[in-house]
Design a protein around this ligand. Structure first.
Ligand code: R1X
Length: 273
């Protein structure tokens, strides 16, 4: 357990209130603090390390692999704070576990979307890099998430995710009293035509920061809403939680394979158990 970090000289991080040794190398990043139990139900142990504002951190193990979860709250500004402060205490792998709206017609509510990259429609990552810098998921994280979804037999899609700063106008939804932002009627249609799979609010900032720092990140989101068909259902959230937890174990296995082969990066030739 850590202390009160309102004192910036404290040895725990200012917002998330965790210190060295409180988190595993790999941290799952849901937005909602209430989703933490839905994630840790799949683990073999889970101890709360800190709870401050929207940030709640629990550390434990999944089938022998150390694992942590930190809730980020909604949006990229607070997600970036979580990545910054978790990296400072030693985390090097970040898996966003969230919900999203799907925009392709073949996507069902409850399906998973594993992001391979992001459209940076959030302003947070602009504070770090120029607009033409890509938001790209780490391929080891993508491989582990795909392998986990396959093992668990969950329906999933891979592709590009759009991360927005705004839930309403910025995602083509009407504002209060039907307000329509300029271009909002075409926004989702244009993304759909460009084969973007889903919309949420944090993945591109998390992936961008991780790339800048040489860390690994990716995202798996369950489809709560299909913007094409109008369906809405939250039942897929457990699937994303279980998939991400298993992916952390698979990433640890990849790391062992790399060490055995004395290489820096995992590749399919190294296989997995
Ligand atoms: O990323 C999105 C955000 O965290 C998904 O759900 C929240 C908005 O309702």
């Amino acid at each position: 357990m850590t202390g009160d970090s309102e004192d910036p000289n404290d040895d725990v991080q200012y917002h998330i209130e965790v210190g060295e040794g409180d988190v595993a190398d790999a941290v799952l990043l849901p937005g909602n603090p209430e989703r933490i139990e839905k994630i840790t139900q799949f683990w073999d142990s889970a101890d709360e390390m800190a709870s401050h504002r929207e940030y709640r951190t629990v550390t434990g193990d999944y089938e022998g692999t150390p694992i942590s979860v930190t809730s980020t709250g909604i949006g990229s500004p607070s997600a970036a704070i979580a990545v910054e402060e978790l990296a400072r205490v030693g985390a090097d792998t970040f898996l966003r576990v969230g919900s999203c709206g799907a925009i392709q017609p073949d996507m069902e509510v409850g399906d998973l979307v594993i992001s391979t990259g992001g459209v940076r429609q959030e302003g947070t990552s602009d504070a770090y890099v120029r607009e033409d810098y890509p938001a790209v998921a780490d391929y080891e994280v993508v491989s582990a998430l795909v392998a986990a979804a396959e093992r668990l037999d969950y329906d999933y899609h891979t592709g590009v995710t759009m991360s927005a700063d705004s839930f309403y106008a910025g995602q083509g939804r009407p504002g209060f009293e039907g307000f329509e932002a300029a271009g909002s009627d075409e926004l989702v249609e244009n993304l759909k035509d460009a084969n973007v799979k889903n919309i949420e609010m944090e993945a591109s900032a998390i992936m961008t920061l991780a790339n800048i720092y040489g860390l690994r990140a990716g995202a798996v989101c369950s489809v709560f809403a299909n913007r094409e068909t109008g369906e809405f259902l939250t039942e897929g959230e457990n699937r994303a939680a279980e998939t991400a937890s298993l992916a952390v174990k698979l990433l640890a296995q990849m790391d062992e394979k790399k060490a055995e082969a004395d290489v820096d990066r995992w590749h399919p030739g190294l296989s997995l158990e």
